[in-house]
Design a protein around this ligand. Structure first.
Ligand SMILES: [Zn+2]
Length: 385
């Protein structure tokens, strides 16, 4: 779950966040901070140009240039990063209809749950084994006491027998591991206490979707130089004492991948290195058991289309498609426009809450095939199950 899921949820919860009202259903946010107020509130009254606030800014492109509409992805795709947004059988069927229309062959549901909670989520989606997989979380009970490990492994094995095909989304935003409601403050994935559990994932053929850190502007000063201020202030981390910073979390990710070479890791959201793709490329090159998903970082890469396209070309074999942004057809279509088209200077403020203008990458068919489906299909097929 991320801030966009929050925006979607806030919209459904009746908070005026300024999103289109067409969304059918959504999930309660895991990351939404209690008492958080919606940051993208457009005010109804017309503000003077002298006092228009950044959060209310809704520029419209002036350019008479091509606008590409892509109702369906050019090739079938596997969405490696989604969540149990659909709660009822009917909502799941609606979701499948959307998937069919936009070209999603299969969606990985990162349940972030264990025990009865996982079983309940899995039961709903298991009716469609061709369309969904459910991945479980970790049980961190007793992580701060001697002897942590065996019980967590037992629950992992139980979840696998119940149908879990992988693990995720496991978060560490600098304060320690979290898996849905389960928390392990101060314990990071490279901690020796995690060794047996992460090794077991490799043995069981369960890949791990691991979210480290958060976007760079959350850590930076909340001032007029902050490039992502429109989103940053609401999700700020610059005021959190004693957290491992973004760079330190990327080091931890790398150490974790190096400690467990037989385990496959998928770093969520470009490992939050969307602002420094050069470093991500080096990390991928050093770690053959590491992939990166591109979910929920479309707006963050679309401002730099040429550099981003070069990065895709260089590392196309290690990137997997993902969304993490609900179930709407319009949401999927924005991702296709960014990946497939060469459109320039368009805004998707309602979708992403940035004032930045976006550009398409115009990825080649060969790259699209890899990122949309082939890498994910290979990764899933490699599991020994
Ligand atoms: Zn997520």
């Amino acid at each position: 779950m991320n801030r966009r899921s929050f925006l979607k949820w806030a919209n459904l919860a009746g908070l005026a966040v300024g999103l289109p009202s067409g969304s059918a259903f959504g999930a309660a946010p895991e990351d939404a901070k209690p008492g958080a107020s919606a940051s993208a509130l457009p005010t109804k009254k017309v503000a003077s140009p002298e006092t228009i606030l950044l959060k209310d800014y809704r520029p419209k492109s002036i350019y008479k240039i091509p606008v590409t509409e892509i109702p369906k992805a050019k090739f079938p795709l596997i969405d490696m990063h989604s969540h149990p947004y659909a709660k009822t059988a009917r909502e799941i069927e609606e979701w499948i209809k959307n998937m069919d229309e936009v070209g999603v062959e299969k969606t990985i549901i990162l349940a972030m749950a264990t025990g009865a909670e996982f079983d309940e989520i899995h039961r709903k989606y298991a009716k469609y084994p061709e369309r969904f997989e459910t991945w479980c979380g970790f049980d961190f009970t007793g992580y701060d006491k001697p002897g942590f490990g065996p019980a967590a492994i037992k629950e992992l094995e139980r979840c696998q027998q119940a149908g879990a095909r992988g693990v995720g989304e496991i978060h560490d935003k600098g304060q320690g591991l979290r898996s849905g409601k389960a928390k392990a403050p101060g314990m990071h994935p490279d901690d020796p206490r995690m060794d047996s559990l992460l090794e077991k994932c490799g043995e069981l053929g369960m890949p791990i979707s691991l979210h480290v850190a958060d976007p760079i502007w959350m850590y930076q000063k909340m001032d007029r130089n902050n490039d992502g201020l429109m989103n940053a202030y609401h999700w700020r981390l610059d005021n959190q004492p004693n957290i491992v910073g973004l760079s330190g979390m990327v080091d931890i990710l790398e150490r974790t991948a190096a400690r467990h070479r037989n385990t496959t890791f998928i770093a969520c959201h470009f490992a939050n290195l969307d602002y420094d793709l050069g470093r991500l490329g080096e990390v991928l090159e050093r770690n053959a058991n590491l992939y990166a998903d591109i979910s929920a970082r479309y707006a963050e890469t679309a401002p730099i289309p040429r550099f981003a396209a070069q990065f895709y070309a260089k590392h196309a074999d290690r990137l997997v498609y993902g969304t993490d942004m609900g179930v709407d057809k319009a949401m999927y279509r924005v991702t296709f426009r960014i990946l497939e088209s060469l459109d320039e200077h368009f805004y998707e403020v309602e979708q992403f809450s940035y004032h930045w203008s976006l550009n398409g990458f115009g990825l080649s068919d060969a790259i699209l095939r890899q990122v949309y489906r082939d890498n994910a299909a290979g990764l899933l097929a490699a599991r020994r199950l």
